[in-house]
Design a binder for this molecule. Structure first.
Ligand SMILES: Nc1ncnc2c1ncn2[C@@H]1O[C@H](COP(=O)(O)OP(=O)(O)OP(=O)(O)O)[C@@H](O)[C@H]1O
Ligand SMILES: O=C(O)C1=C[C@@H](O)[C@@H](O)[C@H](O)C1
Ligand SMILES: [Mg+2]
Length: 177
């Protein structure tokens, strides 16, 4: 008989570096698992009425980091069940990582650096931390920043390092790891 899914597994946080696929897979996985979906970047953009790059430019990164933490905590307090796709930096600021580990299941999407770089080259303008980098500098930046952030990401309860994912793989990793 199939085991019931525990409440902890109905409160999911997808985290990882820019271009890891948190938004791409989060939307699909939430639908597959019948969970309400929230993407922290998308919620902030909607509430602020401007893209992330404009928030950074006009209000500063600290303002964005406070908004990100506030949105994370608000959603996870107000909702019983959810799948939250974080921004790339969410786990690395304030007490967000500890908060998420207390509140539900944390899942680190960690594909290879070339895979993330290849995806990011196409959408640099959306991401203020990389928008001014040349394609040549992007790879070195990702390598350095990932190393800096790894101590936070590594606190996740699940780690998925595959480049090619599927809903079945994600579901199995989350429920049965
Ligand atoms: N498995 C995949 N196959 C093909 N394209 C993908 C895959 N995963 C993600 N992408 C594409 O790569 C880009 C980056 O993915 P996504 O926006 O999900 O990253 P993210 O982890 O949410 O990054 P950020 O931290 O910047 O929000 C998107 O254009 C997305 O459509
Ligand atoms: O890795 C980061 O610090 C960021 C990732 C994006 O999701 C956005 O939250 C923003 O571009 C910053
Ligand atoms: Mg995203």
């Amino acid at each position: 008989m199939e085991q019931p899914i525990s409440q902890q597994h109905k409160r999911i946080f997808l985290l990882g570096f820019m271009g890891a696929g948190k938004t791409y897979w989060g939307k699909q996985l939430a639908e597959h698992l019948h969970l309400p979906f929230f993407d922290i970047d998308e919620v902030i953009v909607e509430e602020e009425g401007m893209p992330v790059s404009d928030i950074f430019a006009e209000k500063g990164e600290d303002y964005f980091r406070n908004r990100e933490s506030e949105v994370l905590k608000r959603i996870s307090q107000e909702e019983d069940e959810f799948l939250i796709s974080c921004g790339g930096g969410t786990p690395c600021f304030l007490d967000n990582m500890d908060w998420m580990n207390d509140q539900g299941t944390t899942v680190w999407l960690n594909p290879s650096i070339p895979t993330m770089v290849e995806r990011l080259q196409r959408k640099k303008y959306k991401r203020p931390l990389i928008q001014d980098l040349s394609d040549e500098d992007l790879s070195a930046f990702v390598e350095k920043k990932l190393l800096e952030r790894a101590p936070f990401y590594q606190l996740s309860q699940r780690v998925i390092t595959l480049d090619e994912l599927s809903l079945e793989i994600l579901t199995n990793e989350i429920h049965h790891a």
